[in-house]
Design a binder for this molecule. Structure first.
Ligand code: GLC
Length: 428
């Protein structure tokens, strides 16, 4: 009984957070630090919104795709309303859109989210209408990835900016970022440090490179036909590709359900090629996947959570077993799974953003993949760790995986959405 009341309270608090950050047709990750619509935040948040309001959940995705570019890209931020508390805003990106957006993308969870909303929908008519509307658009985004970010047809796509990964300052990008020139960098003023502790955020040297890349792409008129070839930063991230593969497969299932066999076939083929190519990123020594730097032509020696995310894609059983072992070992080194970087690495930093902290969205995707592969115990361990973090530290942006300290922004939307999902699993 007490247990149930506690669960209800958590659930209510999560619903409240979704509400507080709801701007009507889109949701902000948290006010202040992130006052706009973020791409993968929205897709994961829609999954939480479906718990309380199905129509609102579809709106979140539909709004995102209203801002899809003509070439098929779906941008990483949509600046619905100007807010000078954030840098870099539209005046830096200058992408020329009526409603301004950035010029890069983010992890494509939309295929996964749309299929999940459809499968769970109670209002089937609404679901058919909205999923039908989204299907072609998500398919075009997937097509864009392989055309513009894998122009040589390897099967896996590259990121041209660390922000595309969603894991902004991961150790994965250090070496590749070092090689990004910063000559001609215009003076700028960060705004994130007004909202969060400097020790919990990316460094100045990283920011200089983040902004230099934006300036460079801007000088190329955001033309995606040339950006990949002309970018000084080009990294293949196993985590990002795993999400793309899962979304392709899930979009194929959605297409089957909607009677669109050609869309299904195309997306299954993309997923199959992606899975085959992903294997080239396996690191025998680390027993996990690692990034590949297309500029230097070298594998990146960095054991980040990006290399564990392939469990979400549904990799072959032997790989899945090895990754489950890796995650189990990490669980012996921290108190709260899953750290975003291996704590035994000297570069690990348990408080700095994507260089160590645990994030609930990552936990959710990893747990989902493990569950599907039958690793129920490990799934349960991650679910418990995630809920314990919320109990002890509230709905933060991210957490120190050893102390559980809440870090970054608070009242965080996708954290709330993931809590609803973890509570749901308890209920089933
Ligand atoms: C940070 C995160 C990114 C997220 C955004 C909004 O930039 O690194 O993954 O989408 O915040 O929450």
């Amino acid at each position: 009984m007490a247990q149930n009341t506690h669960r209800d309270d958590l659930y209510k608090r999560a619903a409240q957070i979704l509400d507080i950050n709801d701007r009507g047709h889109y949701t902000v990750p948290t006010s202040g630090l992130y006052p706009f619509q973020w791409n993968w935040d929205s897709c994961l948040v829609a999954i939480g919104q479906q718990h309380v309001d199905e129509a609102r959940a579809w709106t979140e995705l539909v709004t995102l795709f209203e801002h899809q570019w003509d070439d098929g890209m779906v941008p990483h931020i949509i600046f619905h309303k100007l807010d000078d508390g954030y840098f870099p805003g539209p005046e830096v990106w200058r992408t020329g859109r009526t409603v301004p957006t950035t010029g890069i993308t983010q992890p494509p969870v939309a295929g996964f989210a749309a299929n999940l909303l459809f499968e769970r929908a109670k209002d089937k008519d609404l679901a058919r209408e909205k999923a039908g509307h989204l299907l072609q658009r998500i398919d075009r985004w997937h097509e864009w990835f392989f055309r513009c970010r894998d122009p040589h047809g390897t099967g896996v796509v590259a990121l041209i900016h660390p922000w595309e990964s969603g894991r902004d300052n991961s150790i994965d990008w250090d070496a590749a970022l070092d090689a990004v020139p910063t000559e001609g960098l215009e003076p700028y003023q960060r705004r994130d440090l007004q909202h969060a502790h400097a020790d919990h955020r990316p460094t100045m040297a990283q920011y200089d490179r983040f902004i230099s890349l934006v300036q460079h792409f801007r000088s190329l008129d955001w033309n995606n036909e040339v950006l990949h070839e002309q970018s000084p930063f080009k990294v293949v991230d196993p985590g990002f590709n795993a999400i793309l593969i899962r979304s392709c497969n899930d979009l194929a299932s959605l297409a089957d359900a909607l009677g669109e066999p050609e869309v299904a076939e195309r997306n299954r083929a993309r997923a199959k090629a992606g899975l085959a190519a992903l294997d080239s990123l396996w690191d025998e020594r680390l027993q996990q996947y690692v990034c590949f730097d297309r500029v230097s032509g070298k594998a990146v020696d960095s054991a980040s959570v990006g290399g564990l995310l392939p469990v979400f894609a549904g990799v072959p059983t032997a790989r899945m077993e090895s990754l489950a072992k890796r995650i189990t070992t990490l669980g012996e080194q921290v108190n709260y799974l899953v750290p975003s970087h291996d704590p035994t690495d000297s570069r690990y930093d348990g408080k700095r953003y994507w260089r160590g902290p645990a994030w609930l969205i990552i936990n959710y995707m990893i747990a989902n993949g493990l569950d599907r592969a039958g690793h129920t115990e490990l799934f349960e361990k991650i679910r418990q760790a995630s809920l314990k973090l919320i109990d002890e530290s509230g709905f933060a942006e991210y957490y120190d995986p050893k102390s559980g300290e809440p870090l970054g922004g608070d009242t965080f939307t996708w954290t709330a959405a993931m809590v609803m999902e973890f509570l749901r699993d308890n209920a089933s």
